[in-house]
Design a protein around this ligand. Structure first.
Ligand SMILES: [Zn+2]
Length: 296
């Protein structure tokens, strides 16, 4: 995956709160379950980023002061995205959102932009306080994607993925898929707490994988707002393979085999490795979100 060296990155779409201190304690996602049950959806589920009860409200601290916002300083051009991990995330967020904005103009979905927050260790969200352990996730309460870049190391070391820049792009695009679902009003379908290979939760996750594939299909043709040219200038078969490999690495069966030693499909929340690759592939081959009806 290569970015146009001369493109200007829009860092306003990414808030960098890495290194900021979180005031207070409070319940965390994956920790105590207090008050209202609020849905968050993520990429993986060990014990679970996704459908956990969360403390409601969670005092929403303001984003970190600008002195902490590294991406704003460091990520100016496509060249920065070609050389720095955090800047690459900015570029992918820009590309994904440019795509959905253009899709919106075609009447497929009424897209409004959503921020990504880069955090380290823990973060305050409208869905409660979360730690990095939950993996990347989307909080519908504040329509924001939350990401600790350390997850991408885990993707290789803990989940056994090959990694690579496009594996990261897949993760970001998956979370934005949840934002699209939120805007479509379908995200709540997964909120019934049921699990299993045919559950609404799995179908919701597979649709987010499919939406990630739809973006990937258009990634090298979607026009960048700053230049009018594509921000992503090349996406190779090897890149797509990294994306598919990441999708497989976070399949429920693979994770269960690895971490609990046996596969129990009735507790699946995200779908098997095969299903996740399959639906990413449907989106990637067709480039058509209408083909992502995993609920049918
Ligand atoms: Zn997800």
């Amino acid at each position: 995956m290569q970015f146009d060296d001369n493109a200007r990155l829009d860092t306003s779409e990414v808030q960098d709160v890495r290194g900021s201190r979180i005031p207070g304690g409070g319940a965390t996602i994956g920790g105590g379950i207090v008050g209202l049950v609020v849905l968050v959806v993520g990429l993986v589920l060990g014990i679970g980023p996704d459908q956990l009860g969360l403390s409601s409200g969670g005092d929403q601290s303001a984003p970190a002061s600008s002195s902490l916002a590294r991406v704003e300083q460091a990520c100016r051009t496509g060249q920065d995205a070609n050389t720095k991990d955090d800047c690459r995330i900015v570029a992918v967020v820009n590309s994904v959102q440019d795509y959905w904005t253009q899709e919106s103009a075609r009447g497929q979905v009424a897209y409004t932009k959503a921020s990504t927050v880069l955090f380290s260790r823990q973060v305050n969200t409208a869905c409660g306080n979360a730690t990095s352990e939950v993996g990347p996730f989307y909080c519908p309460g504040d329509q924001t994607v939350y990401l600790d870049l350390g997850f991408f190391d885990e993707l290789r070391t803990k989940f056994g993925a090959t990694g690579g820049p496009f594996a990261q792009a897949y993760v970001v695009a998956h979370e934005y898929g949840h934002h699209v679902q939120d805007l479509q009003g379908t995200l709540g379908r997964s909120q019934n707490g049921l699990t299993g290979a045919d559950s609404a939760s799995v179908k919701t996750e597979l649709q987010a994988d499919c939406y990630a594939g739809v973006w990937a299909h258009h990634a090298t043709t979607v026009k960048d707002e700053s230049t009018g040219r594509p921000l992503i200038t090349s996406l190779t078969d090897a890149d797509v393979k990294d994306g598919l490999d990441a999708a497989a690495a976070v399949g429920d069966d693979r994770i269960q085999e690895e971490f609990q030693g046996r596969v129990t499909p009735d507790t699946w929340t995200h779908g098997s490795s095969e299903q996740r690759q399959q639906w990413f592939g449907v989106g990637y081959r067709t480039g058509d979100m209408a083909r992502c009806d995993t609920f049918r």
